[in-house]
Design a protein around this ligand. Structure first.
Ligand SMILES: Nc1nc2c(ncn2[C@@H]2O[C@H](COP(=O)(O)OP(=O)(O)OP(=O)(O)O)[C@@H](O)[C@H]2O)c(=O)[nH]1
Length: 538
C-alpha cells in the first residue's frame, strides 16, 4: 500500500481512537485507580505507537509526552499525586483537541506543550511572593508593584495553588522558611507550573542552599539583603518580559518547498519567519531590514555554499552574536565540523523533526539573546546602552531614507534628578531611573527603540513617526507617570527635546538638534517636551 493510502486509512481510524481515549481518560478521572489508569495508558500507547508512522507526527509527539508522564505509574502500585494527575489530564486534553481538529492543522497545538504561553501584549504580569517575613514581603510588594507588576504576597505556609492566575508569570519564594514538605510541594508544582519560573531568596550563601534551591525547581537564587535590581534582572531574564516581541528567524535555503515547510513549523511555534530562496539578490536586504535573532542556513546552494555565507554574516558587526544553524542532509561528521568552524552554533541534519527544529531554534536564540543583552543593554535600566542606541538610530535613519518614511527622535531627561539623589539617596535615584525606563517600555509602541544615553538622560527613536505623534507619546508617558505618583517613593517629572530627521541629518546631528530642544525645555521651566524649531507643547 502507498504511504498516502496508509495515511488516509489511519485518518479514518482517528475518530474511533479519539472516542476510546476520551472514554478511558474519563473513567480514570471518575475512578482514579490502577485498573482505570492502565486502561487509559494502553489507549495512549495505541496512539503514540502509531501516529507518527502514519504521518501524524504532531499527534504522535504529544502522545509520547503523555506516555512519558504516565509510564512511571504503569504496573506499579504508585498513583499519580493530584498535581501530576492535573498535568496528565491537561496533556490529554491537548491531545484530544489535536485529534479533533481537521488533519494537517495540528502543528499550532505543539507549542502549547513545548513553549510557555506568551503574555498578551502589555498585559500586567502577576507575581506570587511566598514570604512569611511580613516586612520583607511588603517591601518586595511595594517595589515590584511600582514597577508595573501585579503582586500577591502570601505567607509560606499558605496554599499557593489558589493564587495561580492566567497571567501568573513568576514565583518568588523564601528558601529559608520552607520545610522539606513545602519544598517538595514546590518541586511537585514544577509539573503544573511547567514554565513559570521560580526564584528563591535566601540568607544562606552556601552551596548546600543553592543545591536545595535547584533540587526544588528554582531557576534563580538571590541572597539577602535583597538587591531589588538583581531581583528585577532575574525576573526580566526568566520571564523574557523585555522580549515580548516574537523571535525572528531568517531561513536561507534555495529550495522553496523546504523553506516553506520549516517556516510553517516555526510560525506555528510563534516565531516570525522570513525565507530567502535567492540569497544572491535577497540576502543583504534581509539581513539589514529583518534583523534576525537566528539564521538557518542551507549548507549547499547553487549560488554559493552556506559556509561562505556564514563568513559574510560573521563580518557584519550587528550580527556577530546572532546564532547560525546549518541545515543539511550532509551526514559526514568531518564536513559538519568544518562547517561549524565558520562560527556556526549548531548543525541540524535533514530531515529534521519539527520538535528538534523548534527546540534548537528556541534554545540557540535564548543564548544568543543573553550574549546580545550583555553587550548592548544598560544593566540598571535594562534599556539599550548608548552605543547600541546610536547604532540602532543609524539603522533607522537608513531605513527611513530607503522607505521614504518620517523618523522622530526624542532626548528625554529627568528633572532635578540630583535633588532626588541628594535628598532621598542613590538607591531611590536608581529606582526612579528603572521606573522611568519601564514606563517608557510600557507606554511607547513595541517598534519604538528606547535607550539610556547616560546618567538620567534617555533616547527614544520613533520610526515612521512625525513629531506631532512623538509629542503625543511623550504626553501619554507623562500622564502615566503622574497617575501612578502615589505608588512611588517620590514624584518626578521629565523634559524632552524632539527632532524630525531632515535630509542633511546623520545620527550625530539629529541628536544634537534634539539636545538643543531639550536644553530649551529645561531653560523654560522643565516638565515639557519641545520639538526642534517648534514651540513648546505642554
Ligand atoms: N542614582 C543615580 N544617579 C545618577 C546616575 N547617573 C547619573 N546620576 C546623577 O544624576 C544627577 C544629574 O544631575 P544634573 O545633571 O545636575 O541634572 P538634574 O539635577 O536632573 O537637573 P536638570 O537636568 O537640570 O533638571 C547627578 O547627581 C548624577 O550623579 C545613576 O545611575 N544613578
Amino acid at each position: 500500500m502507498q504511504d498516502k493510502e496508509l495515511r488516509d486509512q489511519y485518518s479514518l481510524q482517528i475518530p474511533g481512537l479519539l472516542t476510546e481515549l476520551k472514554h478511558a481518560a474519563q473513567q480514570w478521572i471518575d475512578q482514579p485507580e490502577q485498573k482505570t489508569f492502565e486502561h487509559f495508558f494502553t489507549k495512549v500507547l495505541d496512539i503514540s505507537g502509531s501516529a507518527e508512522m502514519f504521518g501524524q507526527a504532531a499527534i504522535g509527539n504529544v502522545a509520547k509526552s503523555l506516555q512519558a508522564e504516565m509510564s512511571p505509574f504503569f504496573k506499579t502500585d504508585k498513583h499519580p499525586n493530584p498535581s501530576k494527575m492535573k498535568r496528565i489530564i491537561g496533556i490529554n486534553q491537548q491531545l484530544l483537541g489535536m485529534m479533533h481538529q481537521p488533519l494537517g492543522n495540528q502543528s499550532s497545538q505543539i507549542r502549547e506543550v513545548l513553549f510557555k504561553a506568551k503574555m498578551l501584549d502589555k498585559e500586567l504580569m502577576h507575581i506570587i511572593v511566598l514570604e512569611d517575613d511580613l516586612i520583607l514581603a511588603k517591601d518586595i510588594k511595594q517595589k515590584l508593584s511600582s514597577t508595573s507588576f501585579e503582586i500577591s504576597a502570601i505567607a509560606s505556609d499558605d496554599q499557593i495553588q489558589p493564587y495561580f492566575k492566567s497571567n501568573t508569570s513568576c514565583i518568588i519564594a523564601n528558601l529559608d522558611n520552607l520545610n522539606d514538605t513545602q519544598l517538595k510541594l514546590m518541586s511537585d508544582m514544577e509539573e503544573i507550573r511547567s514554565s513559570i519560573p521560580l526564584i528563591f531568596i535566601s540568607e544562606n550563601h552556601s552551596i548546600q542552599a543553592r543545591l536545595k534551591a535547584v533540587q526544588s525547581g528554582g531557576q534563580a537564587f538571590i541572597t539577602k539583603p535583597l538587591d531589588h535590581t538583581q531581583l528585577l534582572h532575574a525576573i526580566d531574564s526568566l520571564t523574557e518580559r523585555q522580549l515580548q516581541q516574537k523571535y525572528r528567524v531568517l531561513i536561507v535555503d534555495d529550495q522553496k518547498s523546504l523553506s516553506d515547510y520549516y517556516a510553517s513549523i516555526l510560525e506555528a511555534s510563534d516565531f516570525e519567519v522570513l525565507a530567502v530562496n535567492n540569497p544572491e539578490h535577497e540576502l543583504m536586504s534581509a539581513l539589514t531590514d529583518f534583523v534576525p535573532d537566528l539564521i538557518l542556513l542551507d549548507l549547499y546552494m547553487p549560488f554559493c555554499n552556506g559556509q561562505d555565507l556564514a563568513g559574510i554574516i560573521r563580518q557584519m558587526d550587528n550580527l556577530l552574536s546572532v546564532p547560525l544553524v546549518f541545515l543539511s542532509a550532509e551526514g559526514s561528521s568531518d564536513l559538519q565540523l568544518r562547517a561549524m568552524s565558520t562560527g556556526a552554533d549548531a548543525f541540524l541534519t535533514k530531515p529534521v523533526s519539527p520538535d528538534d527544529l523548534s527546540l534548537t531554534v528556541q534554545s540557540r536564540i535564548k543564548r544568543g539573546r543573553a550574549v546580545y543583552d550583555l553587550v548592548t543593554k544598560d544593566p540598571l535600566s535594562g534599556l539599550l546602552n548608548r552605543r547600541e542606541s546610536i547604532r540602532r538610530l543609524d539603522e533607522e535613519i537608513s531605513r527611513s531614507r530607503r522607505n521614504n518614511t518620517p523618523l522622530s527622535v526624542a532626548m528625554l531627561d529627568l528633572d532635578h534628578f540630583k535633588k532626588i539623589n541628594d535628598t532621598l539617596g542613590h538607591a531611590v535615584g536608581d529606582w526612579v531611573i528603572k521606573y522611568f525606563a519601564r514606563s517608557m517600555q510600557l507606554i511607547f509602541r513595541e517598534c519604538d527603540i528606547i535607550g539610556r544615553h547616560g546618567g538620567e538622560e534617555f533616547i527614544a527613536i520613533f520610526p515612521d513617526t512625525l513629531p506631532e505623534s512623538g509629542q503625543m507619546a511623550c504626553k501619554r508617558l507623562k500622564k502615566y507617570i503622574t497617575a501612578n505618583e502615589q505608588d512611588l517613593p517620590t514624584a518626578f517629572s521629565f523634559s524632552g527635546g524632539l527632532a524630525l530627521l531632515n535630509d542633511d541629518d546623520d545620527s550625530k546631528s539629529i541628536l544634537e538638534r534634539a539636545d538643543v530642544a531639550l536644553y530649551k525645555a529645561k531653560e523654560t521651566g522643565r516638565n515639557k517636551v519641545i520639538t526642534a524649531t517648534d514651540s513648546p507643547v505642554r
